[in-house]
Design a protein around this ligand. Structure first.
Ligand code: NDP
Length: 300
């Protein structure tokens, strides 16, 4: 491996430290404690793990965590009533509805019922519009984490060629908007892109958000390029024992890390940054709602 490893665990810890320092200052100087409400509908085990981990880290940085666990059969009316109550609650600065929701609930309707100023996932249509028009928005956590790591590694991103593989609303599209905001020349690739390897070879920055294990090959990467691997894919790992599995990214790390200038690993790359950015967004939402100065280096 010749690439520099961009260590998301270390970076995420430094983001959480900055958040904790700022939270402590807010409490002392202003008597305000940022609060994050997380709403979980149903008992999907993976979602329960995420929600528990979000709650634990929220408390660790000194913020208040409010967990709302609702049964799978919760009606849309009841869920919207809870969101309305959280919108009105002055102690709640951030609201996150854990996705996916059970099939009978309309995800877009629920997300768009959140007060955009408290929409710490950045999925509300107003925040999508603000981001795409270059205005101050709540920015989705995963792309925000990728942007922070890229800025840290490169300093200025201005003029660099960036290829984002994937055009989802939660990763690909907002990632492309953020890179455009930092004056990259951005290409968004997807399943219909012709000659993807050739497109990727032009990139100084590659962000892979595809959802296919080890998809991006080393010989697609321009020598020295920075590779951000958003993918989280579970594959069988018979070498660890029968029935065992392990996580890999969307990039074939072994081949890509011999060509890239810098690369994020999976696990331990983008993943830890996502929760750290959720905390950063909650702090930002709190500061904006009170008219306090925003924390430096924690926003887009
Ligand atoms: P989606 O399934 O919503 O989007 C995948 C995108 O990849 C689509 O735009 C699709 O194109 C594109 N794609 C699929 N196959 C190909 C192909 N052969 N060539 C080029 N493009 C292709 O996924 P998400 O954006 O939600 O997530 C992507 C990955 O990131 C997943 O592994 C997910 O688990 C992970 N993830 C990780 C997070 C983290 O915290 N680290 C957070 C969120 C996601 P098309 O639109 O044409 O179908």
């Amino acid at each position: 491996m010749s690439a520099t490893l961009i260590d998301g665990k270390v970076f995420a810890a430094s983001v959480r430290d900055k958040v904790a320092t700022h939270v402590a200052r807010l409490k002392e100087a202003m008597g305000v404690t940022p609060g994050l409400a997380v709403v979980l509908v149903g008992d999907d085990p993976a979602s329960e793990v995420y929600v528990r981990s979000k709650g634990k880290m929220t408390v660790e940085v000194g913020m208040n965590s409010y967990e709302h666990k609702l049964p799978a059969e919760t009606s849309e009316v009841d869920l919207l009533a809870l969101i309305e109550a959280l919108n009105a609650d002055k102690d709640v600065h951030g609201i996150l509805v854990q996705l996916p929701l059970p099939d009978h609930l309309n995800e877009a309707l629920v997300i768009n019922a959140i007060d955009p100023a408290k929409d710490v996932d950045g999925f509300h249509i107003s925040n999508v519009g603000l981001l795409s028009t270059g205005q101050k928005a709540m920015v989705p956590c995963t792309p925000l984490g990728c942007l922070m790591m890229l800025r840290d590694h490169h300093g200025s991103l201005s003029g660099l060629n960036a290829v984002v593989i994937g055009r989802s609303n939660i990763v690909g599209k907002p990632m492309a908007q953020l890179l455009l905001g930092d004056s990259c020349t951005v290409t968004i690739a997807h399943s219909r892109t012709k000659d993807l390897p050739e497109v990727v070879r032009r990139a100084d920055i590659v962000v892979a958000a595809v959802g296919r294990a080890n998809f991006v090959q080393g010989d697609w990467i321009k020598p020295g390029a920075t590779v951000i691997d958003v993918g989280i894919n579970r594959i069988p790992a018979p070498e660890k024992g029968a029935g065992k599995s392990r996580l890999v990214g969307d990039v074939d790390f072994t081949s890509a890390s011999t060509v890239a200038g810098a690369i994020t690993p999976v696990p331990g790359g983008v993943g830890p940054m996502t929760i750290a950015c959720l905390l950063a967004n909650t702090l930002t939402a709190c500061c904006r709602s009170h008219g306090f100065a925003e924390p430096e280096g924690l926003t887009a």
